[in-house]
Design a protein around this ligand. Structure first.
Ligand SMILES: [Zn+2]
Length: 528
């Protein structure tokens, strides 16, 4: 009997944490950051306390009550005693590892808390993007996926209790085992092992999957971040297939098609399938995004700002093509440059910034005396590519600036000309906080007399993109009919929906077929 326990991703989008058990063998399928659950209790200025180790996360239900899987340096006091009587508490040992599907934090973030010796299985691209995100981001203690800062208890002078503070011993890198066959270049190996923060890094060379007690298959799929994959796990009840996040309508939709064929050949016992966009009937393809955005930008006067999701490299390349086709330069932020540079270590078809005449790098205003190592390197390596706010300000017709809402505070240095264009190529607001941000975004545009295009506006309390401005965003997730095609073609005996607010969609639409749908419950198990 194989048991699947769902600790996250049940009736919520993201936060997938699935435990697969087969006799004594155990694996996790993703170990994601549960954004929607954080939002119930926390916000930007109210966060779990890093100094309290695992306590806040366990008490507030953000981490499953599983003793034995977490980093021991975060076990404050007699932490586990209070949870041993709790519902769903279990002591778990000898987990083989985590099968990570892609580098979006809602699938990877909580790997930060797992024991250092628990390997993470992924594609090489996912491992590299996880490092690039952490190198170039803030990476709070609950988002240190690729390497982490061990904590030690220290009683500060004058304090009556100890605190768990960052140790001086440097960072520890996790053991990533990659599923890809290809060998890494010398430069790629150097990137993986190098110190990029101000701290030392005890690095772990990238390994290959070998020691896992399960037989595994890794299937590349298309999603809004490169390197995404689905997994097949051979168990004593037959193959279990886990989709991660996927789509059929993106630039690499063929990968997902190939996955469907190969997964079907396994005649899987179970398919764990995402259902983010089950309620959507159709999708916009990336090619349509190009056409619609090109139309808007080719007739624009003044500055163009393109707002698209972070780490969506396909979208960045769509806007790069538009920049070439409209004789503008695509001004990207240093963190995007770092990501492109990282990806090129594995995928030579990614453009080389140094050689690509349509790309420049926008230098943000800094107040820091000691900027991060990765940032200094980007500015040094691409010195001839760096543009400043004043360059953009004095030549506004020549740029497409890749900014999101979080970069708007640069605008006072640029002062876009009246009538400049803000192209919104991302998803609509999903919660009240995001609605507030859209309200602010509209205020910024008013302040500089800019035109929004593809931007949701509020009508009768609902945020909607005006009819004639739609088609500027290709979602990372398949629509309802495509998801049903995935299910029917793979034809598992049991389908388990995950990462969905409406899992009943599969029950309603697969009734009468040979596929049985099993709805998981929070912390509950499905036996197959
Ligand atoms: Zn995702």
């Amino acid at each position: 009997m194989v048991k699947l326990t769902f600790y996250g991703g049940v009736r919520e989008i993201g936060g997938n944490k699935i435990l697969l058990e087969d006799g004594g063998r155990k694996l996790f399928l993703d170990f994601g950051y549960p954004y929607s659950r954080y939002r119930i209790f926390y916000e930007e200025y109210l966060k779990p306390r890093a100094g309290a180790g695992l306590l806040d996360l366990l008490v507030m239900g953000l981490l499953p009550h599983l003793e034995g899987i977490y980093r021991t340096d975060l076990e404050t006091g007699n932490l586990w005693q209070q949870f041993r009587r709790a519902e769903h508490y279990r002591k778990l040992e000898d987990v083989d590892g985590v099968l990570l599907t892609h580098a979006h934090l809602d699938h990877s973030g909580h790997i930060s808390f797992l024991r250092e010796d628990m390997p993470v299985y992924s594609t090489a691209t996912t491992a590299f993007i996880a490092k690039a995100i952490q190198d170039s981001g803030k990476a709070d203690f609950d988002q240190q996926v690729c390497y982490f800062t061990p904590r030690v208890e220290e009683c500060l002078k004058g304090w009556k209790q100890g605190a768990y503070v960052a140790s001086n011993s440097g960072d520890h890198q996790r053991r990533f085992c990659v599923a890809d066959e290809s060998t890494l270049s010398e430069e790629a190996r150097r990137f993986w092992g190098e110190v990029i923060r101000q701290r030392k890094l005890a690095s772990q060379p990238l390994d290959h999957i070998g020691k896992c007690s399960f037989s595994l298959r890794c299937f590349p799929v298309d999603h809004s971040i490169p390197g995404a994959c689905a997994w097949g796990i051979e168990t004593s009840s037959g193959w279990v297939v886990y989709s991660g996040d996927l789509r059929l309508h993106g630039k690499r939709g063929k990968l997902t098609e190939a996955f469907m064929k190969k997964a079907a050949q396994l005649h899987p016992r179970a398919l764990i399938l995402e259902g983010t966009n089950v309620n959507r009937a159709t999708n916009i393809a990336e090619q349509e995004v190009y056409k619609n955005a090109f139309k808007a930008i080719s007739s624009a006067r003044g500055l163009v700002i393109a707002d698209f999701p972070a780490r969506d490299v396909d979208r960045l390349l769509t806007f790069l093509q538009i920049a070439r086709d409209t004789q503008r330069k695509l001004a990207i932020l240093p963190k995007d440059a770092y990501l492109l540079k990282t990806m090129r270590l594995l995928e030579p078809e990614i453009p080389d910034i140094a050689q690509e005449s349509a790309i420049v790098i926008y230098q943000e205003t800094t107040a820091s005396k000691s900027p991060a190592q990765w940032l200094k390197r980007i500015y040094e390596e691409y010195a001839s590519k760096v543009v400043l706010a004043k360059d953009v300000a004095s030549n506004q017709d020549s740029f497409i600036l890749c900014f999101s809402f979080w970069d708007l505070n640069e605008l006072p240095s640029i002062q876009p000309r009246a009538g400049s264009l803000y192209v919104f190529s991302s998803s609509e607001p999903h919660n009240e906080e995001q609605e507030m941000d859209f309200w602010r975004l509209h205020n910024w545009l008013k302040r500089f007399d800019m035109r929004g295009f593809g931007l949701p506006v509020q009508r009768d309390g609902e945020w909607e993109i005006p009819e004639e401005q739609r088609g500027l965003h290709a979602s990372g997730h398949a629509c309802g009919p495509d998801l049903l095609r995935v299910a029917r073609e793979i034809q598992p005996e049991v389908l388990i929906p995950i990462h969905s607010e409406n899992p009943e969609f599969y029950v309603d639409n697969l009734r009468g077929s040979r596929i049985k749908v099993a709805l998981p419950t929070e912390g509950g198990a499905v036996e197959i």
